[in-house]
Design a protein around this ligand. Structure first.
Ligand code: CUA
Length: 353
């Protein structure tokens, strides 16, 4: 008897430790997608609501569970004799029934006032917003800026100026996606045939991770992106650089890579502004050399990863349609892949003076 009880206790202890480990495993300092660590106006205001509701929920939890535990302990069956004196029954007590119907209703009403007010506050368009069009594709993101009456198209890395609200117009090229940068704002669905909007801003320069938050196919988990917030001056400079045509390659390998690229199926899907590559369907590669990542935020952009991506993209990330084919399917030799890598890495603009 005693043995069994201590075994049960040990088992319960082990389960508690395992649960605690799982819970603490979710903790990370400065986690890239931590919605409890807001870095923008919208995220902070939504975070304030969360704190209020969470606080109330904790109070409700403690009161309800406290009463439950009290009842379990107080009225547990001890001895046969005692069991016969049943506790006082309150079933059908009108006053109690009314009380626990009205109390939650009042609580919900109390929570609704600031929540509804915040929904209206955040739904409008802030003054002096920068406008950016966001198009979701399976499985990557496209951003279109207006710069001097011209359209500037880039992919996966959204650049914004610090301290200025950015108004995003969200459209989908295929299925339903959801745009989510946990540290900057809430989620907004991206629905085919609709234009949804979302505004956000960042308080300080930095890179904020984003993620598609609506299951959209096999590559959903890999549909990542980054928001790169920089000082307004740096942002203006970035815009000016990005608005230019692609850099002309100078190194021999890169020059050869450009020739190979223009003759390969690459041009069917990718645009490189200022060249004959004018394909749409895949990310615009005009200044890909100045990006941080390749494959929608999946791999750091460097020679090795770019080679891996071009050689066999489907092995890195499940593909949507139209898919990025393998080098073999495109009829590219290893040497040609290396040349294309050199060319793409050369596609970067130096600062405009
Ligand atoms: Cu796009 Cu999930």
């Amino acid at each position: 008897m005693k043995d069994r009880r201590s075994r049960t206790r040990r088992r319960l202890g082990a389960i508690a430790v395992a649960l605690l480990v799982v819970l603490l495993g979710a903790c990370a300092r400065e986690a890239p997608q931590d919605s409890l660590w807001p870095a923008g106006t919208v995220a902070e205001r939504v975070g304030g609501l969360w704190t209020l509701v969470f606080g109330l929920a904790v109070v409700v939890f403690v009161v309800v569970e406290g009463l439950l535990i009290y009842a379990i302990v107080r009225f547990r069956r001890r001895r046969r004799a005692e069991a016969e004196e049943a506790p006082r029954q309150v079933h059908g007590n009108t006053r109690l029934e009314v009380a626990w119907t009205i109390a939650p209703a009042l609580l919900l009403l109390f929570v609704a006032v600031p929540t509804v007010a915040e929904i209206f506050n955040l739904s409008g368009e802030p003054d002096d917003a920068l406008h950016v069009n966001v198009t979701a594709h399976q499985f990557w993101w496209e951003y279109t800026y207006e710069q001097g009456g011209e359209e500037l198209v880039t992919a996966n890395e959204l650049h914004i100026p610090v301290g200025q609200p950015v108004m995003l117009t969200l459209e989908s090229d295929d299925v339903i996606h959801s745009f989510w940068v946990p540290r900057l704002a809430g989620k907004q669905d991206v629905v085919p045939g609709r234009q949804n909007t979302l505004w956000l801003d960042a308080n300080e320069p930095g890179t904020y991770r984003g993620q598609c938050a609506e299951f959209c196919g096999a590559g959903h988990a890999y549909m990542r992106f980054r928001v790169i917030a920089s000082e307004p001056g740096d942002f203006e400079q970035w815009l000016e650089e990005q608005a230019q045509d692609a850099a002309e390659p100078t190194e021999a390998e890169a020059v050869e890579g450009q020739r190979v690229f223009m003759e390969a199926p690459c041009v069917g899907c990718h645009t490189i502004q200022g060249t004959d590559a004018e394909g749409v369907g895949g990310p615009n590669l005009t200044h890909i050399g100045s990006r941080q990542t390749v494959g929608a935020g999946l791999l750091e952009l460097n020679e090795e990863n770019l080679r891996r991506w071009i050689t066999d993209a489907p092995s890195v990330k499940p593909q949507g349609s139209p898919a990025m084919p393998t080098a073999e399917e495109m009829g590219l030799s290893e040497e040609e892949v290396d040349q294309i890598v050199a060319y793409l890495l050369s596609l970067r603009r130096e600062a405009v003076e």
